[in-house]
Design a protein around this ligand. Structure first.
Ligand SMILES: NC(=O)c1ccc[n+]([C@@H]2O[C@H](COP(=O)([O-])OP(=O)(O)OC[C@H]3O[C@@H](n4cnc5c(N)ncnc54)[C@H](OP(=O)(O)O)[C@@H]3O)[C@@H](O)[C@H]2O)c1
Length: 262
């Protein structure tokens, strides 16, 4: 019997690559994002479109998640693996950014996975097994200008999951966390600016980043391992260590690099 995976944010970037990787590997995939057209494109351009069901939904509407998750669960009468990947970027200084924008970022990047996890765990425990992987970010590890709410949302998600992992020590349901560095996607195009409008720019760091196909392969492999958390980065991964052991040096280098980019 094919295993069943639900992938959120499956219409582009990392999520689209995961949809292809899992369907290529014999899984039945349910892909969710808001854009039905984009989900259809991802499914039809994959090698096994017959293995992919699309389920368009707005996951920022946390109060609707109960209905959404029940419907997704019913498609194959159960889910073995969930990859909560849908997320939104940010580009704006705290002093200019409207509170509603910061709330919106938290709604999708933090509250939506939290509510989804709460709804999925009892169902998976009842079924006897299940795995939930969240896509965090290297940005959870240190503060950067114009990314305050984004970094905070990923940081909150990181510690939430680390705590939950302890609670689930003796459960048949497991949670895992992946923290990518710079990945070549158009996340900065849809990133929210101070007033909630899309940034609509190509992210320079992302352009030089790891391809989504490479990351999808790594996540696929990691999912089968015992480990709870893994970073998937290029050279920028060194920033995590540097920030941990010498925050002063970290911000000296960070400021110099930021100045050069201007
Ligand atoms: N790219 C990087 O460098 C990087 C690094 C670290 C972590 N990440 C994380 O990786 C994840 C995927 O990002 P990405 O880089 O692949 O960016 P992306 O290409 O912009 O993908 C974001 C996905 O989330 C979906 N989405 C956005 N708002 C949604 C909503 N309200 N309801 C349902 N789906 C929604 C988007 O589809 P629709 O617009 O159709 O809804 C899209 O499929 C995010 O959690 C991001 O924070 C990315």
């Amino acid at each position: 019997m094919n295993r069943i995976v639900w992938i959120t944010g499956g219409s582009s970037g990392i999520g689209a690559a995961l949809v292809k990787k899992y369907s290529d590997s014999g899984y039945y995939v349910i892909a969710t994002a808001r854009s039905k057209g984009q989900l259809e494109k991802v499914a039809s351009s994959s090698n096994y479109p017959e293995n992919i069901k699309i389920f368009p939904a707005d996951l920022e509407k946390v109060h609707e998640l109960s209905k959404i998750i029940q419907s997704v669960w019913n498609i194959f009468d159960g889910i073995d693996l969930v990859i909560l990947n849908a997320g939104i970027g940010q580009w704006g200084e705290v002093k200019d950014t409207e509170m509603s924008v910061e709330r919106k970022i938290f709604e999708l990047n933090f509250w939506s996975p939290v509510q989804s996890i709460k709804l999925l765990i009892p169902k998976m425990e009842n079924k006897g097994s299940g795995k939930i992987i969240c896509v965090g970010s290297i940005a959870s590890q240190f503060g950067q200008a114009k990314l305050a709410a984004y970094s905070a949302s990923k940081s909150a998600l990181t510690l939430y999951l680390e705590s939950l992992k302890e609670e689930l020590r003796y459960s048949k349901v497991k949670v895992k966390l992946v923290s990518p560095g710079n990945i070549k996607t158009s996340i900065m195009k849809s990133a929210l600016t101070h007033n909630g409008k899309k940034l609509n720019k190509v992210g320079q760091a992302q352009e030089k980043g790891m391809t989504t196909q490479k990351l999808a392969k790594k996540i696929f492999k990691f999912e089968k391992q015992e480990k709870f958390h893994k970073f998937f980065t290029g050279i920028e991964g060194l920033a995590v260590l540097l920030h941990k052991f010498s925050p002063k040096l970290f911000y000296y280098i960070y400021r110099n690099l930021s100045r050069r980019k201007k």
